[in-house]
Design a protein around this ligand. Structure first.
Ligand SMILES: CC(C)(COP(=O)(O)OP(=O)(O)OC[C@H]1O[C@@H](n2cnc3c(N)ncnc32)[C@H](O)[C@@H]1OP(=O)(O)O)[C@@H](O)C(=O)NCCC(=O)NCCS
Length: 160
């Protein structure tokens, strides 16, 4: 089901065909990084009503895979990516805003996202959304061992 975003372009629910296109173009979306394990098909088969795309003709310009947490009133942004030639046009912001509205509608009080400490662009993007660490954390909110031994992650939260 297509849903109008607050401003153009349109944000649509991700179809299987969209997902297949995203998987085919993963290296481009992620600047060559191997992120296949981040893109489990459950994201559309089981969690497809919180998976969104912005299409550009037959191509996908940007997408967001979100999850509504089962343990806390939190909308978790699992993955967001924008095709390199479409970046810095606010598509990422629009997808986050759209997901935050969905999460609010499901009684969530916060959205959450994680990223790797080396991903400076992603950190700047999440900060630009007004996301920050848990209350009282200062600077970039790095959590040691978040994803396992020696696997720190930057953990961002925002009240919605
Ligand atoms: C991170 C990403 C999703 C941002 O998408 P985007 O549509 O370009 O972001 P927006 O246009 O909404 O960005 C708005 C603001 O975020 C900040 N920002 C976004 N990308 C940035 C970058 N690479 N470097 C510095 N600041 C950045 C800026 O403040 C920007 O505002 P400005 O353009 O007026 O300076 C995109 O760069 C991307 O797909 N990266 C590869 C995948 C990835 O790392 N995803 C995030 C981890 S899940």
């Amino acid at each position: 089901m297509d849903q109008p975003a607050s401003s153009s372009p349109r944000i649509s629910t991700c179809t299987k065909q969209d997902y297949d296109r995203i998987i085919k173009d993963l290296p481009e979306f992620w600047d060559g990084r191997d992120t296949r394990r981040l893109h489990h098909p459950m994201l559309i088969h089981e969690f497809g009503n919180s998976a969104f795309v912005i299409r550009d003709g037959q191509a996908i310009a940007a997408y967001l895979f979100g999850l509504i947490s089962q343990t806390a009133p939190v909308g978790y942004v699992h993955a967001v990516a924008v095709r390199p030639d479409m970046r810095r046009k606010r598509l990422g912001h629009q997808l986050l805003d759209h997901f935050a509205a969905l999460a609010r509608g499901r009684s969530c009080t916060h959205i959450k996202a994680i990223t790797t400490p080396s991903n400076a662009g992603s950190i700047a993007f999440h900060k630009s959304l007004g996301m920050q660490g848990e209350p009282n954390s200062a600077g970039v909110p790095v959590v040691a061992d978040y994803a396992g031994h020696n696997e720190p992650r930057v953990v961002f939260w925002k009240a919605i």
